[in-house]
Each structure stands twice: as C-alpha cells, then as structure tokens.
Write a new protein. Structure first.
Length: 94
C-alpha cells in the first residue's frame, strides 16, 4: 500500500462566514458544498481539484501554540509570488 496524497485538512473555526470569505475571496478556494449540523455547518472548500479544506463551526477554546506544543503547526499553500500574495491579502483585509 502507498499513500498517494492528502485528501483534505479540517479546521474548527470561530467565525464561519469570515473564514469562508477569506479562503474563497482572498485565497481563491471554491466552495463545493455545505452540510448543516446541530453544531453549525460544515463547509467544504476546494483549491486545485485535489486538495480540499473542511471548515467546522464551533469551539470555545483557542489553542495556544508554543515551542512545546505537540501536534498541528501550520498549513502550507504554494503560491506564485509570496510578496504579491501578502500585498493582496493586506489590501483585502484593510
């Protein structure tokens, strides 16, 4: 058996509307579908036909990442130009 690629990454987010707006309008993800649940909707976003991101609504505690925290550290997105993306994101957030 061989692992071929990641299927998706999932995040629990505080503000679903703001998160979907950020990933779609600023980073260019496409919203595939949304599933209503008793705890808030699950939103499926796609990037390049292979990679997808699932957003789950909820959670009250914010994880404090330190040098001693185990587990998740970051998500890497490959872009054409880092400076151009940073300028674009800053212009959209201001």
């Amino acid at each position: 058996m061989k692992v071929k690629e990641f299927g998706h990454i999932a995040y629990r987010v505080k503000d679903m509307e703001a998160s979907v707006k950020f990933y779609t309008e600023i980073l260019g993800f496409t919203k595939l579908h949304e599933i209503p649940t008793p705890n808030g909707n699950i939103v499926f976003l796609e990037l390049s036909g292979k990679q997808s991101l699932e957003l789950f609504c909820g959670g009250e505690d914010e994880l404090k990442i330190t040098d001693k925290t185990r587990g998740y550290m970051h998500l890497c997105i490959i872009v054409e130009g880092l400076k151009e993306l940073a300028d674009f994101v800053e212009s959209k957030l201001n």
